[in-house]
Design a protein around this ligand. Structure first.
Ligand code: 5GP
Ligand code: ZN
Length: 112
């Protein structure tokens, strides 16, 4: 999708701070971090939100890719949070599915 911000970031057309990449997934630092480590993990394929996919491979690989990002960022032992905001009520502002990987501080529950 040419008018999608995260498709353009994954394609390198809009700059970002890359953390990890493979042939199907891309991870980069959030521009407005909510924790000392805040990385966004996305599929290179455009999917608007979790509501728009029934592909267990894509969803499973995205979560495992987010797990690998957390591991690479040194968060695995202390703990981290993987969040997929879905639609406006949950705070989704960019309609290309993404997993937030948050860590480096203690997290409260329930989230706001
Ligand atoms: P959402 O609110 O949709 O779950 O998350 C979108 C995230 O994308 C937000 O945390 C926001 O800070 C981040 N974001 C929005 N625009 C950009 C951008 O141009 N570059 C980067 N690196 N992050 C962005
Ligand atoms: Zn997209």
């Amino acid at each position: 999708m040419t008018d999608c911000l995260f498709c353009q970031i994954a394609a390198g057309e809009i700059p970002s701070t890359k953390v990890m990449e493979n042939d199907r997934y891309f991870a980069f630092r959030d521009i407005n971090p909510q924790a000392p480590t805040h990385v966004l993990a996305i599929p290179k394929q455009h999917v608007a939100s979790l509501n728009q996919t029934a592909d267990p491979t894509l969803v499973g690989e995205l979560v495992l890719f987010a797990r690998d990002v957390a591991r690479e960022e040194g968060l695995a032992d202390a703990g981290y949070r993987v969040v997929i905001n879905t639609n406006a009520g949950a705070g989704q502002t960019v309609f290309h599915i993404h997993a937030h990987v948050l860590g480096g501080r203690s997290m409260r529950w329930p989230p706001g």
